[in-house]
Design a protein around this ligand. Structure first.
Ligand code: FAD
Length: 369
C-alpha cells in the first residue's frame, strides 16, 4: 500500500478537475485491506474509491475522507466443464481495455463491444457499464467486496448487485469496495450480433450479423473515435467523462416518432427504450465546440461536455445545468447526469437534486456498527 497526502484529484480524473485528496491510499495488494480498514476506522469515515477517475466530477475543494485508488491487477481463467463456458476472475484495479483485449485474444465473447471504454474493471458493475449492445449484466456472475458497514468481506451474486441501465446497488453508494469481479464468458470466434446501425455501417454488414471478435471491436473503436469517445493523449477533447448524461427513457409512441426521424433510439435489456442524450443536445440547437461556462464547452466531435483550460467543478456543474435546462425547454425531456460527484464540495445542490449525488455526506458518513 502506498500512502500520499494532499494529492490533487485533478491528476487522478480524466476531466482533470478537482482539489486535493487529503490522504490517498493506493491499493496494490488486496492483503493490505485490513490495514486500510483499520486506517479508515481510525479516521472515522468510509473511504471513497477511485479507479481510473473516468466517471467522476471531483470537487474543487477536494476530499477530506481518505481516497483509495484501486491498483490491483490480474485475470484468472477457470473453464466450467458443465456448460463449456469460462469464468474470468479479475482484480478490481485491472484496466477494462486490457480485459477486453485479453478476452478477444482468448476467443471469448461477451465484452468485445466494450472496447474503448476507459477505467478499471472494479468500476464496471457500479454503473453496469455498457456500449453498443453489450453490458456488464450480460456476463457478470458475482463480485467480492469489502462492506464498510459490516466491516467484513462479502460476496454478492449478480442478482444481488441489482444491475439496471447504468446503475446498480453500488451506484451512488460508498458502502462497498469492490475487490474482484467474476464474469462468465462463452468461447466463440464470433461476436454477439451487431445491433447498432453505426457499427454495422462501419463494418459494412447488415444489422444482426455476427463477425469475428476483433472485427467487432475494431468497428466499435472506429465509431467511438469518430465521436471522441476514446481517450487519446494530446487530443483537443481529451478532458472528457464520456456521455455526461444518461440516455433518457422514452415512451413507445415517442420511440416510433423519433425512429422515423432517424434518431438513435435503442431497446435495453431492462425493457426500457431510450434516445441518445447527445442527439437531444444537438436537436436543442447546441453547436459542437460551443462554450458553456468558463473552461467548459461541448466536444468538437460529439454533443458532450468536456473540460478545457481553467475548468472547475463548479463551472462544469453550471454548464451541465444549463444544458439540462435548455434541453428540457426545447424537448420536454429531463436529462440525468451520469458521473458521480466525488469529494466534499457543497456547491452542486441543483445537480444533486436532479440525480448527481454527493458521495461524501460528512454527517451521514460515520461507519455503522
Ligand atoms: C471517453 C469516455 C468514454 C466512456 N464511454 C463509456 C461507455 O461507453 N459506457 C459506459 O458505461 N461508460 C463509459 N464511460 C464512463 C466510464 O469510463 C465508466 O463508467 C468506467 O467504468 C469508470 O471506470 P473508472 O475506473 O474510471 O471509475 P471511476 O471514475 O474511478 O469511478 C466511478 C465510480 O465508481 C466507483 N468505483 C470505482 N472503482 C470502484 C471499486 N473498486 N469499488 C467500489 N466503487 C468503485 C467510484 O467511487 C465512483 O463512484 C466513458 C468515459 C469516458 C471518459
Amino acid at each position: 500500500m502506498h500512502v500520499r497526502e494532499q494529492v490533487p484529484l485533478a491528476s487522478l480524473t480524466t476531466l482533470g478537475i478537482g482539489g486535493p485528496a487529503a490522504v490517498l491510499l493506493e491499493l496494490t495488494d488486496p492483503a493490505d485491506l485490513p490495514e486500510i480498514a483499520a486506517f479508515a476506522a481510525a479516521h472515522g469515515t468510509h473511504p471513497l474509491v477511485l479507479g481510473g477517475g473516468s466517471n467522476v466530477l471531483a470537487a474543487d475543494s477536494g476530499c477530506s475522507a481518505p481516497v483509495i485508488k484501486m491498483a490491483t491487477e490480474g485475470i484468472r481463467f477457470q473453464p466450467d466443464p458443465d456448460n463449456g463456458t469460462v469464468l474470468m476472475t479479475v482484480d478490481a484495479g485491472h484496466s477494462l481495455q486490457d480485459l477486453v483485449d485479453t478476452a478477444i485474444a482468448e476467443g471469448l465473447t461477451g465484452m468485445e463491444t466494450l472496447t474503448g471504454i476507459p477505467g478499471t474493471v472494479g468500476a464496471t458493475p457500479v454503473q453496469n457499464v455498457g456500449a453498443y449492445g453489450q453490458e456488464v449484466a450480460d456476463t457478470l456472475v458475482s463480485v467480492d467486496a469489502w462492506d464498510w458497514e459490516q466491516g467484513r468481506a462479502v460476496s454478492l451474486s449478480a442478482e444481488q448487485c441489482r444491475l439496471g441501465h447504468r446503475t446498480s446497488i453500488f451506484k451512488h453508494s460508498h458502502r462497498w469496495l469492490l475487490l474482484r469481479v467474476v464474469f462468465r464468458m462463452r468461447p466463440s470466434t464470433l461476436s454477439t450480433p451487431i445491433t447498432y446501425r453505426q457499427v454495422a455501417d462501419a463494418l459494412d454488414v447488415p444489422l444482426g450479423t455476427r463477425v469475428p471478435l476483433a472485427e467487432a471491436a475494431a468497428g466499435v473503436l472506429a465509431v467511438r473515435q469518430g465521436k471522441g469517445m476514446v481517450l487519446m493523449p494530446g487530443d483537443l477533447d481529451n478532458r472528457n467523462a464520456g456521455s455526461v448524461f444518461l440516455s433518457p427513457v422514452i415512451t413507445p409512441r415517442a420511440a416510433k416518432r423519433l425512429r422515423a426521424q432517424d434518431a438513435p433510439v435503442h431497446d435495453f435489456s431492462d425493457g426500457s427504450t431510450r434516445v441518445s442524450a447527445s442527439w437531444l443536445i444537438k436537436e436543442t440547437g447546441f453547436a459542437l465546440g460551443q462554450w458553456l461556462a468558463e473552461g467548459v464547452r461541448l466536444s468538437t466531435k460529439q454533443y458532450t461536455l468536456v473540460a478545457d483550460q481553467g475548468a472547475t467543478a463548479a463551472a462544469f456543474a453550471a454548464a451541465a445545468e444549463a444544458v439540462m435546462d435548455a434541453v428540457y425547454k426545447t424537448t420536454s425531456v429531463r436529462l440525468t447526469p451520469e458521473p458521480d460527484l466525488f469529494g466534499d464540495e457543497p456547491t452542486y445542490r441543483r445537480l444533486t437534486e436532479q440525480g448527481l449525488p454527493r458521495l461524501l455526506e460528512p454527517s451521514a458518513n460515520a461507519p455503522h456498527g
